[in-house]
Every structure is written in C-alpha cells, then in structure tokens.
Design a protein around this ligand. Structure first.
Ligand code: GLY
Length: 305
C-alpha cells in the first residue's frame, strides 16, 4: 500500500509577490506530514500536524493571518473526516481558537459531529485546548486591508475599487484581495484515507457566515474504499453543488482522479452558479487529481515511489 500526502494552500488570485511564500508554506506542511507518514503515523495524525503548520503560517487564510469579517474580527472553520470509520468532526465560527483543526479532531471523537461558536469554545476548554484573544489571530496585512475598506466603503482589487455588494458576486468572491482555505489529504500505510481543511473564510464575510469548509460533502469527503476530496474557493458555490461529494461520486463511477477533479470543477463553474475554486483528490491506490478555475492554486504532494 503506497503512502501519499497532498496539501493545498488555497485556490485564488494569488499575487505574484506571494507565490513563493505560498509555495514555501505548502512545502513546510508537506515536510512535517511526510516525516510522520514515513514513521508510520496514522493519516489522522498526519492531517492534523500538516494543517497546524499551515494554520500557524500567516500567509494562509487559516488560523493566524485569516481574513477579517465586516466587523473586523476573525472567525474560523475547520473539519476532518476519517475515510475508514466515516467519522467526521467539524467546528465553525470560532473566534478564540489558535488551531481549529485540533478542535475538529477532538469533535471527531464524538459525541457530536459539528460544534459552532461558544459551544465549540466551551468544548475546547473541556478538552484543555486553550482559548486566545481574537486580536491574536489578526495580522497587520489584514487589519490594514479592513481599515482601508472601512474608510472607503470599498476594497481594492488590482487597484480597482469594489464595493461590498460586488464582493458577494461569484466572479469576485474568491478573488477580491483575500486568501482561501488550506487542506490536506493523507493515505497511511494501512490504507486509511483522511481529508481535513481549515479556513478563515471569505474576505469581509458577514459575522456568523459559514462557508463550505466545515460542511461534509461540500468542503471535504473521505471514503477509504473510494477516495478523498478537499475543496477550496468560493464557499457558497461549493456548498450548492456539494463539490467534494460530487468528486467522490465521479471516482466511484470509475473516473480517474484527475478526470474527476476536472469534471467537478467544471460543474462548479457552470451557469447559473459561476463558482470559482479548486479541489484535490487522492485515490486509495495513491493516484492524485487536482483542478482549479482560479488564476492559481498553491499545492504540494508526495507519493511513495
Ligand atoms: N472556502 C472557504 C469559504 O468559503 O469559507
């Protein structure tokens, strides 16, 4: 059974001067996860460890460095799914957790499948995961962007002002200045496939808004018999087509991972949806697929052999 690891750092209009940092961040997450996989760690442990690296890297829209809501706060979502047990743990609307993926991992152990807001934070306290202040998640880059938007009533996108209504429009939603979501899929030596992701969501999202990332079948799905998928991009459109599950269904029908990824992204882009984003897929035999319809997607992968 080959071991394999795929990570992504978001599909969006990554500016030229941030490409190297995104690449380095994906490589760092891959390195940590791959070392564990080679030592025989479980796919669950590997996904958590790799995602923590990306949540701690301020270049990504996850954990520290996430985009701000219209209220100038950070609200985080994350999820993990174990393709062997089909157990799933998700958290959303977190304001005081440094590494949401570790809390999602705790939720996966039961009794709930998804916890949000204050209840999730109480669950964290109960499991000795410390709370931090929301401002500790905010970096200067995002605070300056929010202040500029607040002052002008618009945001700058390649020098062009766009107002808050335009941000909600599909063509711009994943591209307006913001970042997008990190994700990991691991295949361990026992054939367990696990998918996990984490995000600060979309730029200047409404407080309380939850995108695709924490939603099973939308942002992620894993079935060790069929394959695993993790998605990134404009969450509302990804959710409407249940993109991750759609990709898995295509694998189940016999498509190769690359064809399944491309077909899934075509369905995201079709009218009237017009969604944008990307997805990564991993099959039980270690075959990888990935596709995106944004300008760029950051990723790294390694497969045994
Ligand atoms: N893809 C992340 C979000 O829309 O929240």
């Amino acid at each position: 059974m080959p071991i394999a690891l795929v990570v992504h750092g978001g599909a969006w209009d990554i500016p030229d001067d941030q490409v190297e940092a995104h690449h380095a961040g994906c490589q760092a997450a891959l390195k940590v996860g791959w070392q564990l996989l080679r030592q025989g760690a479980s796919a669950l442990d590997v996904c958590e460890a790799s995602l923590r690296v990306m949540e701690d890297d301020p270049i990504f829209d996850a954990g520290i460095g996430s985009v701000l809501t219209t209220a100038g706060t950070v609200e985080l979502d994350a999820a993990v799914m174990d393709g062997t047990t089909l157990r799933y743990g998700a958290v959303a609307n977190l304001r005081r957790i440094r590494n949401p993926i570790s809390l999602a991992r705790k939720v996966l152990e039961g009794p709930a499948t998804m916890l949000v807001g204050e209840g999730a934070e109480q669950f964290a306290i109960d499991h000795e995961i410390p709370l931090i202040e929301n401002h500790e998640l905010i970096v200067e880059r995002e605070r300056a962007l929010w202040e500029a938007w607040k002052a002008s009533g618009a945001v700058l996108h390649h020098g062009q002002p766009r107002n808050i209504q335009q941000i909600a429009d599909p063509p711009y939603a994943s591209e307006v200045g913001g970042h997008d979501t990190v994700g990991v899929i691991a295949l361990d030596q026992h054939g367990n496939l696990v998918a996990a992701n984490s995000t600060g969501g979309t730029l200047f999202k409404l407080p309380g808004r939850i995108g695709d990332t924490a939603l099973i079948g939308a942002g992620l799905y894993a079935d060790s018999q069929i394959g695993a998928a993790v998605c990134t991009g404009w969450g509302e459109s990804i959710t409407r087509v249940a993109l991750a599950r759609r990709a898995i269904d295509l694998l189940e029908r016999g498509l190769a991972p690359q064809s399944a990824a491309e077909s899934a992204i075509r369905s995201l882009a079709r009218q009237p949806l017009g969604g944008s984003g990307g997805c990564i897929l991993l099959a039980p035999n270690g075959q990888i697929g990935m596709a995106w319809n944004t300008r760029r997607m950051a990723y790294a992968y390694q497969v045994e052999g």
